[in-house]
Structures are given as structure tokens and as C-alpha cells.
Design a protein around this ligand. Structure first.
Ligand code: CTP
Length: 396
């Protein structure tokens, strides 16, 4: 299933900041995701990066003048304004933000912005003092009040050599926010979905933990796809090496007990709980308060059962579990559906190729409470997430 960016008309406004080079990466990622990117550059932007660079990446004409006699479009600002699914200004300079706030229309980008009804996102990039200036802050508040999504800026090293607030946020954060904004009226709009992910870590002593091989990728994919379909998403995650998904509420936990508390708090009022986390089944009964020294040749650790979070979560929400099995897949999955009173279980054979921990793909079987079995082919974890959420949507 194509992602939310596929086939979308994105107007990418680029204004005169050194961060213009990052907009090339953004354009590239959007094109790779299947979007049609129409770039409009301010005069200042063309001094940093050539229109040809954007044209080469987007395979589309780049607009730099309001009245371009060579253009294929008769009146560009009107044509692009009407066809846009979203208008993104990245990077947006202090000067450009001021023009937007004042409602000026003295270049192709400002005219497009005035003429469009599409949702808008602005990613500021400027010197920290310019960002802090009350004039800029007032202009940004005006844009926010008009419904424009402001993303960033981030703190970091600026072109001036100083460290401060003013850096354009990185591409994944821009892409995530664009996806969320495009998806906000999707089929899960108005619903809250709680997703758990990652493998919990159970302390043995202050430096050692017992954990498992879960990468968190499946749960993060579910969280991102649910967001892109318009849901409000709470991601309760055990430690992973993955970046936090944007436009998702992320609750970080370590142990099974912490995950239990966080899930309990998050599911109140939620519409679905999707437990993709690999929760430890056992935890050390009495973790040592000091680091255990290697004085003895063997070491036995007493383990006690953790609470089954999924089983004890009860309420008026759809319950989806995962079952990673190495044998008797369907039988074990069916048993878990009944024992944990689930609506759906996502079962996977961790011994199958391309399936299981750490991979970007998964081969799963969906088993529902009536015993129905949907055997899915090997697909990306994002596609699996779509299929799971299709089923959740039907059940809601
Ligand atoms: N789960 C949970 N709390 C636990 C253990 C598991 O909420 N303490 C959830 C997992 O997130 C998953 C589902 O239960 O969605 C099944 O997990 P799995 O480890 O496959 O099953 P278990 O019930 O632990 O059974 P077993 O390990 O014996 O296969």
C-alpha cells in the first residue's frame, strides 16, 4: 500500500537561507516517497542553490518569477495554489515569515500562499537573535493563529558559528510532519491509538539488564502509519535505536512494570491498543543495588513472572496482540487470542526468512477472535502496519 505522500502535490517553497541545501534532501525524500514536488524559489534562495538542482531532483519546472513568459503554466501562482495538497516553506527566513504574516504578494511564493486553500507548514531557519526578536515571534504567532504548522527551528550550530535556536530541523522531522499534516483527515481521524514497541529491559544490577532482540521497528511502523491515517497516537516504547517518530506522543519506559503503568495511563479513553512490544515474561526478583562482582564461578538469578499487560488491559478499546512463535504458529496464536481476549493477533514465525527481529520486512498471519485467518505475503513492516490498521478500522 502506498504511503500518505504517494501522488500528493506538494508545493515546496524555498527561501534565502544557507539551509537551502537541506531543502534539496527534503525534495529528494519526498520524490522518493512518490510525491509530485513543485518548487518555488525566492530570489535569495537562487543565490544559494540553483533552480537546476531542484529541477533535476523533482523532474519538474522550478518557479522563480511571477510572470515567466517561458512557463508551461499560464498563471503559476494560481495553478499551483489550486493543485497543491500542501504548501511547505523550508527553509523559511525571518524576512519571508514577515511577508507571510503581513499577507504580501510580491513574489511567486507569497502569491501562491495567498491564493491556496491547502494546509501550510513553515520550517524557520535563521540566526538565533533574529528568531528571538519580538517581531519574528509575533509574526510566527500570527501564522500559528491562522492554522499554519510551524516546525522548528532546532537548537544547534548556526552558520554564524554560534550555537542557538535557529537551525532548520532535519529532513526526517520535516517529512514526518508533512505526512502527519497530509494524513490528518485520514480514516483514523478522531481516534486515539496506543502502540507499544521495543523490548523491555529488566535490571539485574545497576549496570546489567535482561532484554530480548526486539528492534522496535514493527511498533514504530504501526505508530507512524496510524499517524499518517489521522489518528492521535501514543507510542509507549522500551529502549530502541530508532529515532522518535514525529507528531506522535512518545512515552519512554524501561521495564515491563513501567510499561504496564504507561499503557494503563494511556489507554484510558483510547480506541485501540496495539501491543507490538516484546515484554519480558520474567524479571529478576531482587535486582542487586550494587554492581555484582565476579567473585564466584557461577551466578544464578532468581526470576519472577511479569504481569501480562495485554491480558490485564480491559476496556472499550480494540485489543491487538503480537505473537512471535518458533513453532505451532496458528495454534499458539489462537490460544493467545482467547487467553488475552483479543480482537486480533498478529502472528509471525520468527524462523522464516525476512521475518522477525531487526528486519524491515515481516511475514505475518492475522488471526481474529472468530478464528478467521488472513495469511499475508512477505511485505514491509509499514505495509503490515497498514493491513493491521485496516482491520482495526473495520472493528472500530
Ligand atoms: N505481552 C504483554 N505482557 C507480557 C508479555 C506479553 O502484554 N508480560 C503481550 C505482547 O506485547 C504481545 C502478546 O502479549 O502482544 C504476546 O506476547 P508473547 O511473548 O508472544 O506471548 P506470551 O503471552 O508471553 O506467551 P509465550 O511467551 O509463552 O509465547
Amino acid at each position: 500500500m502506498p504511503g500518505v505522500l504517494h501522488g500528493k502535490n506538494i508545493v515546496l517553497g524555498v527561501t534565502g537561507s544557507i539551509a537551502c541545501y537541506k531543502a534539496l534532501d527534503l525534495a529528494s525524500k519526498l520524490v522518493q516517497a512518490g510525491a509530485l514536488v513543485n518548487t518555488i524559489m525566492s530570489y535569495g534562495a537562487t543565490r544559494f542553490v540553483t533552480p537546476l538542482a531542484f529541477r533535476s531532483i523533482t523532474h519538474r519546472p522550478v518557479v522563480t518569477e511571477t510572470f515567466d513568459p517561458d512557463s508551461e503554466l499560464s498563471v503559476e501562482h494560481v495553478a499551483l495554489a489550486e493543485s497543491a495538497d500542501i504548501v511547505v516553506v523550508a527553509p523559511a527566513t525571518a524576512h519571508f515569515i514577515a511577508k507571510m504574516a503581513a499577507g504580501l504578494a510580491d513574489d511567486p511564493l507569497t502569491t501562491t500562499i495567498l491564493a491556496t486553500r491547502a494546509p501550510m507548514m513553515v520550517a524557520p531557519a535563521m540566526d538565533a537573535h533574529m528568531y528571538d526578536n519580538p517581531a519574528t515571534q509575533e509574526n510566527l504567532s500570527k501564522l500559528k493563529d491562522r492554522g499554519v504548522l510551524i516546525v522548528g527551528p532546532a537548537i544547534g550550530r548556526l552558520a554564524s558559528g554560534l550555537v542557538g535556536m535557529g537551525r532548520l530541523v532535519e529532513t526526517p522531522e520535516l517529512v514526518g510532519n508533512i505526512s502527519a499534516l497530509l494524513g490528518r483527515k485520514g480514516d483514523l481521524a478522531g481516534y486515539t491509538v496506543v502502540v507499544s514497541a521495543g523490548g523491555t529491559q529488566e535490571p539485574v544490577d545497576p549496570v546489567r539488564v535482561i532484554t530480548n532482540r526486539s528492534s522496535g521497528k514493527m511498533g514504530y511502523a504501526v505508530a507512524e502509519v496510524a499517524r499518517d491515517r489521522g489518528a492521535r497516537v501514543v507510542l509507549v516504547t522500551a529502549p530502541t535505536s530508532l529515532a522518535d517518530p514525529v507528531a506522535v506522543e512518545v512515552v519512554k519506559v524501561g521495564t515491563a512494570l513501567e510499561m504496564r503503568d504507561a499503557v494503563k495511563d494511556s489507554v484510558a479513553g483510547a480506541d485501540a491498543l496495539i501491543m507490538a512490544a516484546a515484554v519480558a515474561d520474567y524479571m529478576p526478583v531482587s535486582p542487586a543495588s550494587q554492581k555484582v562482582k565476579k567473585d564466584s564461578d557461577t551466578w544464578s538469578i532468581g526470576l519472577g513472572k511479569t504481569p501480562d499487560i495485554l491480558e490485564e488491559s480491559r476496556g472499550r478499546f480494540i485489543k491487538v496482540g503480537f505473537a512471535a512463535e518458533s513453532e505451532d504458529l496458528l495454534e499458539n496464536a489462537r490460544g493467545k487470542v482467547l487467553r488475552k481476549s483479543l480482537d486480533l493477533i498478529v502472528a509471525n514465525d520468527i524462523t522464516a526468512e525476512g521475518s522477525g527481529f531487526g528486519t524491515d520486512t515481516n511475514k505475518v498471519v492475522l488471526v481474529d477472535r472468530d478464528g478467521g485467518v488472513e495469511d499475508l505475503p512477505l511485505m514491509s513492516k509499514h505495509e503490515v502496519a497498514h493491513r493491521i490498521l485496516d482491520r482495526v478500522r473495520q472493528l472500530l
